[in-house]
Design a protein around this ligand. Structure first.
Ligand code: ZN
Length: 413
């Protein structure tokens, strides 16, 4: 049977009805609803000549054996955040299942093709994202910390995993799954406004942003709001305010997609009758290029020293978290661009702000690319998340095209 993109849309509606409610999708990993969704996904592939396997991290694999062991992987995640959308993650795997069905019905492909449903991409219940893909990628190095995690009801992560047949100590054995991987493909909704603003349905993703996340603490002197002349003040908020505006200029100067956010400032004593003594400011900077990311940080730190001198403050910086940019494979980006263009007549290359399972797979050294389909209003992780059905159908057709060109690319290599 030929590919049926419209069927994917109706299957996604079916999943939405099966695992969602009036507040949105409820497929939180390591819950009954998630297990219902996993079983439902498996049912889509009933009757096909596939090898099914659940690996030690709880990832589900469906393998169509090809003439060669080298494998093209298509991946996604069926888990959602609480009150999530109908497409984040599920589009990837349901579309992937349709492509795998089409390939399986055509006979033995020249290379092996595998669909993977990663376990717990969102980290919604225990606060740790990319569980299954990091185990498979070999980057899960925080098992001691994972052991301490609890959910809202005090249930520990190891207990929740065990209830789902996963032993935390053995999760990293999932690594063997990537041994034969020659390419990894992931379709996802954009979750941002770029493609919609350009009126382009589909795009090829260049990689995921590197992130520098810092806490900047400004220290001045609390003083009476009435008795302290303006020129005698050491106002910590003034430093934070100057930096919050300066990062816009820094992002503009460094350019090429740079984004900088001052996501919050907490002031003490925080009362209307006192000059601010300490201002604790949160800063997030992102770029696809490592040198540019370092430059964003360097300019922000330099500016903070200047503002501290101007306002007679002390300033200190403390790193909260960081990750390097993860670039996707140039040859696969080219194939992805071609598939989008062939199906939609137009394409666009763009970076991804959010992290995805694809970033973990790419970090493990597997050539990787993602395809984005337009999101309406840029919304995600809410029941308002949506994409036009005709664009979803285009995305399925383009993923199918990309699977074919990637299979050819891998089998020629
Ligand atoms: Zn996702």
């Amino acid at each position: 049977m030929a590919l049926d993109p419209e069927r994917v849309v109706s299957q996604l509606r079916e999943l939405q009805a099966l695992t969602g409610d009036e507040d949105g999708a409820q497929r939180v990993a390591w819950t009954d609803t998630w297990n219902r969704a996993r079983a439902w996904l498996d049912g889509l592939l009933d009757g096909l000549p596939l090898v099914r396997e659940r690996d030690p991290a709880g990832n589900d694999w469906w393998t169509l054996r090809g003439a060669s062991e080298r494998a093209v992987l298509i991946g996604g995640h069926i888990d959602s955040v609480p009150n999530g959308g109908w497409l984040d993650g599920s589009l990837n795997v349901v579309a992937g299942a349709e492509v795998l069905r089409r390939l399986a019905e055509e006979g033995t492909p020249p290379v092996t093709v595998r669909l993977v449903n990663w376990a717990d991409e969102e980290g919604a219940r225990f606060g740790r994202s990319l569980f299954g893909s990091s185990a498979a990628a070999g980057s899960m190095r925080d098992q001691e910390e994972l052991r301490q995690l609890t959910d809202r009801n005090g249930i520990t992560l190891p207990d929740a995993l065990a209830a789902n047949g996963v032993d935390l100590d053995r999760a990293i054995e999932a690594r063997a799954q990537l041994d034969s991987a020659a390419a990894y493909l992931e379709l996802h909704i954009e979750q941002g406004p770029v493609l919609e603003s350009m009126d382009i349905p589909l795009g090829a993703v260049l990689g995921t942003y590197g992130v520098e996340r810092w806490r900047v603490t400004w220290t001045g002197q609390a003083a009476h709001a009435g008795s302290t002349p303006m020129d005698k003040r050491r106002d910590a908020l003034a430093g934070a305010a100057k930096l919050a505006l300066e990062i816009r200029d820094i992002a503009a100067r460094v350019g090429n997609g740079a984004v900088c956010t001052s996501g919050g400032v907490v002031c003490r004593p925080g009362i209307v009758t006192s000059v601010v003594e300490t201002a604790v400011q949160l800063l997030d900077q992102r770029h696809l290029d490592a040198a540019s990311l370092a430059e964003l940080l360097r300019q922000a730190r330099e500016a903070s020293e200047r503002f501290a001198a101007e306002e007679r403050l002390e300033v200190s910086w403390e790193r909260i978290w960081s990750i390097e940019p993860i670039l996707f494979d140039l040859a696969l980006i080219h194939l992805c661009d071609g598939a989008c263009r062939e199906v939609a007549g137009v394409s666009h290359r763009l970076p991804s702000g959010p992290l995805h399972d694809a970033a973990e797979v790419a970090r493990a050294g597997v050539p990787t690319v993602m395809m984005f389909v337009q999101s309406l209003r840029g919304l995600s992780h809410t029941k308002l998340e949506d994409t036009r059905e005709e664009h979803l159908a285009l995305a399925v057709a383009a993923l199918d095209r990309l699977a074919d060109t990637t299979i050819a690319h891998v089998s020629e290599a």
